[in-house]
Design a protein around this ligand. Structure first.
Ligand code: NDP
Length: 509
């Protein structure tokens, strides 16, 4: 434990214990709400990755107890993981809030419950998962029987982003454990603290070497993991650009890959929608975590008949959002997670102005009392956006809603789909039959009707198009952490009765 003047240090955690990074180096962890250094985290390198992968490999192959454990026993351990999370929720929440800028309201009221829920959901799913499936026996031309076995893949590299560190961790770790894999987690360099502590805590109930963490820059630790010949699977959450690189690296040794990448979520507002509900819901869709969520609803396509009315409501409600210290329960929106990201978001807003869009509210740095060094951006609504503008095409990852006017519903659906991304999409209307028809047309992994962020631990989550592939959550995620093996047995003992052998053994009597 550090003394009052020392920063808390977060080393690596490999093979059931803390260890110093090979380089001996630590990098500062900055609280984006204040700009203060709040901790130091180990800078891992290739040697550390080798060490962690070796530990994970030993835990997988060296002793078959983990990978061959009965699903009921594994379910018990997953339940214990959920209990560990809840028992340490306060400490974990503070660590995450102070490194990521996510609000305490969100981290403790949403994320940590979802993290615990993911472990319990996977505990339930693992008991029902078809690890062994018997196909009907084939009696002819000779008696055979085939089973489908689903086995853990091996060593998984789980690379998470800075926006929801523990939630993204659980989305990968819970199914990877449930299926019997071992793993090395790499958190984002600027938000490692809650992840490292969580790994330490979960190791109280896991065999050593099963769950390891190596923090450090993505260009070093992420590269080493995605290129490592002894890593069998990579699951990655982050930008589409980096996802492409991860996929290329992984292809060299044909690693299994799950990619959860960017989004540009379109919400279509029909003329009959309840505008007050849309205003609250659409802003929840874009201001949660100050817009730093891949599934955010960042494009709002609004029918011309309700356009100005809705804009006025969005403006009024946006101006009521409380920016403040994320630790304060009165705070509704925190800062951008880093200074560089803060500047990037402001540049996007400038690009909208330059392209002729109208800033309805916000658009600047926000001054927050008590957080003068923080990286806050005002809740921002931009009107008169066209789908061709940069703010409609690229992921901003900030509290910025781009509002686009439409007159014809088919055009609105076409605009919604006219994007490289396909993660989330939504419809706002009182006509639920119409909503279902539109949902069928939308090219997105999740479609939400009359709300946003409607994710749950047992429903599939993932992207179409350049938002990635593979699905997370519940039983859908379990399938991405297993290899499928067909095991066939012949019951015919007489060689002469094996009809197919005669294709080769043409002289057989
Ligand atoms: P990145 O895609 O660079 O980061 C995501 C994760 O990948 C981090 O852990 C990062 O590590 C790691 N990483 C970086 N380089 C490599 C590499 N060569 N190999 C393997 N892993 C690597 O995103 P950014 O943090 O740069 O954010 C940029 C944009 O990406 C955001 O503005 C947003 O638009 C989008 N994004 C989308 C997310 C989503 O939820 N889908 C999440 C985060 C960002 P490190 O941070 O230590 O370098």
């Amino acid at each position: 434990m550090p003394t009052a003047n020392q920063l808390q240090r977060f080393p690596l955690f490999i093979n059931g214990e803390f260890c110093e990074p090979d380089s001996g180096e630590y990098s500062p962890v900055i609280n984006p709400a204040t700009g203060d250094v709040v901790a130091e985290a180990a800078c891992g390198n290739q040697n550390d990755v080798d060490c962690a992968v070796a530990a994970a490999r030993k835990a997988f192959y060296g002793d078959a107890n983990w990978r061959r454990m009965a699903p009921e026993n594994r379910a018990r351990i997953l339940q214990q993981c959920a209990q560990v999370v809840l028992a340490n929720a306060r400490e974990l929440a503070v660590l995450e809030v102070t490194c990521s800028g996510g609000t305490l309201n969100r981290v403790s009221g949403l994320d940590l419950l979802a993290v615990a829920d993911l472990f319990t959901t996977l505990a339930d799913e693992v008991k029902q998962f078809p690890f062994v499936e018997s196909l009907p026996a084939k009696p002819l031309p000779e008696l055979t029987h085939t089973q489908i076995w689903r086995e853990p893949i091996g060593v998984c590299a789980l690379i998470t982003a800075w926006n929801f560190p523990m939630l993204l961790f659980a989305m990968k770790v819970a199914p990877a454990l449930a299926a019997g894999n071992t793993m090395v987690v790499k958190p984002a360099e600027n938000t490692p603290t809650s992840t490292v502590r969580l790994v330490e805590l979960l190791n109280q109930v896991l065999p050593k070497g099963v769950l390891n963490v190596v923090s450090g820059p993505g260009s070093v630790v992420g590269e080493a993991l995605t290129l490592h010949p002894d890593v069998d699977k990579v699951s990655f959450t982050g930008s589409t650009n980096m996802g492409r690189r991860v996929q290329q690296n992984a292809a060299l040794t044909m690693k299994r890959v799950t990619l959860e990448l960017g989004g540009k979520g379109p919400g279509i507002v029909l003329p009959d929608a309840d505008l007050e509900r849309v205003a609250y819901g659409a802003l929840w869709g874009v201001y949660l975590n100050a817009g730093q969520a891949c599934e955010s609803g960042t494009r709002l396509l609004v029918h011309e008949s309700i356009y100005e009315d809705l804009l006025q409501r969005l403006k009024t409600l946006s101006e009521r959002v409380v920016l403040g210290n994320p630790m304060d329960p009165a705070t509704g929106m925190g800062p951008m997670s880093s200074e560089s990201h803060f500047h990037k978001v402001l540049q996007y807003i400038d690009s909208a102005k330059a392209e002729g869009a109208r800033i309805v509210t916000g658009g600047k740095r926000a001054d927050v009392e008590g957080c003068e060094g923080g990286f806050f951006v005002e809740p921002t609504v931009i009107a008169d956006v066209t789908n061709a503008m940069k703010v409609a095409r690229e992921e901003i990852f900030g509290p910025v809603l781009s509002v686009i006017k439409y007159s014809d519903l088919d055009d609105a659906v076409a605009m919604a789909n006219d994007s490289d991304y396909g993660l989330s999409a939504g419809v706002w209307t009182e006509d639920l039959v119409q909503a279902q028809t539109i949902a069928r047309e939308l090219q997105a992994g999740s479609v939400w009707i009359n709300d946003w962020h409607m994710m749950r631990g047992d429903a599939a989550f993932g992207g179409f198009k350049q938002s990635g592939y593979g699905r997370e959550f519940g039983k859908y995620s379990l399938s991405s952490y297993v290899e499928t093996k067909s095991v066939s047995t012949s019951f015919e003992r007489n060689p002469a009765a094996k009809k197919l052998h005669r294709i080769v053994h043409t002289q057989m009597p």
